[in-house]
Unconditional design. Structure first.
Length: 446
């Protein structure tokens, strides 16, 4: 046994929601090899013991919708509606990003994830090669996709379109890297930023190659309504006609789905990534999580990018998801603390296609684990650990984050990320490149 967590309150999130007070979890070769109320047998001598007294040990959180490199745009354009925010502020600045900027911004984002107890992310962005490099170096798990738009379909060919070429190259280079720690998915950015030429070609590629899909779906009312006006179908129905959901899909937002949409997406096995804080900040609306679950959809949680959140603290999403569902239905039982925590763990793992690998503390699963410090004033007393995790805990209460048995964050330190070098790279290279463009760059800036 490599590591033994001792005397922790173990919240397994397994099918029976087992909890062990003063429990023990052993880690061997990156996997969970022991879970129990009593210490493991003497023969299993651990190389290292981590004392979990006063701590909660739980599965690492899974952020199912984000754009990690957007850390560089954090706080740059706040308090606008989605269309103005994207078109007038975000897209023009993103045009200045290069691989070097993206790698630095991604490493900053990963450090933030690890610090807040996130062990796996589903990301969609440009410069996927640089993102994959950052993920590879850091040790976090990730399902990555190259967000693809198509504004001018004239002469579009999948094989010749740069974003599609980058997807194919990323699949070859990075898919299943480090025994599946990185997975490459396809991405259609959204119905409103593309057209059927892309949907058909991408769906065909995904079906033929067995590639998962990540998409923004029915985020705003205007996006939803203009699709209905233009095509006579909702975005979900329209994309389904083009076979986009024939492969396992994570659909971010799903704020404006109709009942028919929810039933259709449930039938297709689409997971909804609920991003309550981003939706609130951009005033996009409140997704009906309870209805999605009732209609059979898997619902997981995401932060969205830091430019619309403005952090990667998934504990905030857990609380917001529960609170918003209660308000939406005027029913305090609508989404319980347990349900909200499941969205951030087991349901997230399911959405990523990693449910046999993580999301629970169970023997044989990857040791993707976090320790939460329950000795802090706002976490005492603790009558119900699940309630405390959902409603009182914050990302900053995480004191250790482990992925596959390796400690990636502990006590303010990141063993795999040189954070001061990342900050220097951002300050000296990336920020000037994006925010003080020179020469011909200037014309395309906002
Ligand atoms: Zn997004």
């Amino acid at each position: 046994m490599d590591t033994l967590f001792s005397n922790a309150t173990v919240v397994t999130m397994d099918e029976s929601m087992h909890q062990y007070t003063g429990g023990f979890v052993g880690v061997t070769d990156g996997k969970i090899s022991y879970v129990g109320k009593n210490p493991p047998p003497e023969t299993e001598k651990p190389k290292e013991i981590i004392d979990g007294t006063g701590m909660v040990l739980m599965p690492g959180l899974i952020n199912c919708h984000t754009h990690l490199p957007m850390t560089i745009l954090r706080g740059y354009a706040d308090d606008y509606d989605l269309q103005t925010w994207l078109t007038d502020y975000i897209f023009p600045k993103e045009a200045h990003l290069d691989d070097r900027c993206v790698k630095a911004a991604t490493l900053l984002g990963i450090a933030e994830c690890l610090q807040f107890g996130v062990t796996s992310v589903t990301d969609m962005y440009d410069h996927i090669d640089a993102i994959a490099e950052a993920v590879a170096e850091s040790g976090i798990k990730a399902n990555l996709s190259r967000g693809t738009t198509l504004f001018d379909p004239e002469g579009f060919e999948f094989d010749k379109y740069p974003a599609c070429q980058e997807l194919v190259a990323a699949r070859e280079k990075w898919h299943n890297y480090d025994n599946g720690r990185i997975r490459i998915e396809a991405s259609i950015h959204g119905e409103y930023t593309s057209s059927h030429e892309l949907w058909d070609a991408m769906a065909e590629y995904c079906i033929n190659e067995g590639v998962r899909m990540h998409i923004h779906l029915s985020e705003t009312e205007s996006e939803h309504n203009s699709c209905v006006e233009k095509y006579g179908l909702t975005p979900a129905q329209l994309l389904d006609c083009h076979h986009v959901f024939d492969v396992p899909t994570t659909a971010a937002h799903c704020v404006w789905l109709t009942e028919e949409d929810r039933k259709l997406l449930a039938k297709r096995g689409v997971s909804a990534a609920h991003n309550p804080i981003s939706n609130l900040k951009l005033a996009s609306g409140v997704a009906d999580v309870m209805a999605m679950v009732k209609d059979g959809m898997n619902v997981c949680l995401g932060t969205d990018g830091t430019a619309s959140n403005n952090n990667l603290d998934l504990f905030e999403e857990i609380k917001a998801a529960a609170l918003l569902a209660k308000e939406k239905h005027r029913d305090p039982t609508a989404v319980s603390a347990t349900a909200a925590l499941m969205m951030a763990t087991v349901c997230g793992a399911r959405a990523q296609g990693r449910d046999t690998e993580c999301g629970m503390i169970k023997e044989g699963m990857d040791a993707d684990l976090i320790l939460v410090d329950f000795t802090r004033p706002h976490l005492m007393p603790c009558h119900n650990v699940i309630s405390s995790l959902a409603y009182s805990a914050r990302g900053g209460d995480v004191c250790l984050t482990m992925v596959r048995g390796k400690v990636l964050y502990a006590g303010g330190k990141f063993p795999t990320i040189n954070l001061s070098a990342v900050v220097k790279e951002l300050a000296e290279y990336a920020m000037p490149k994006v925010f003080q463009p020179t020469g011909s760059d200037e014309s395309s800036a906002s």
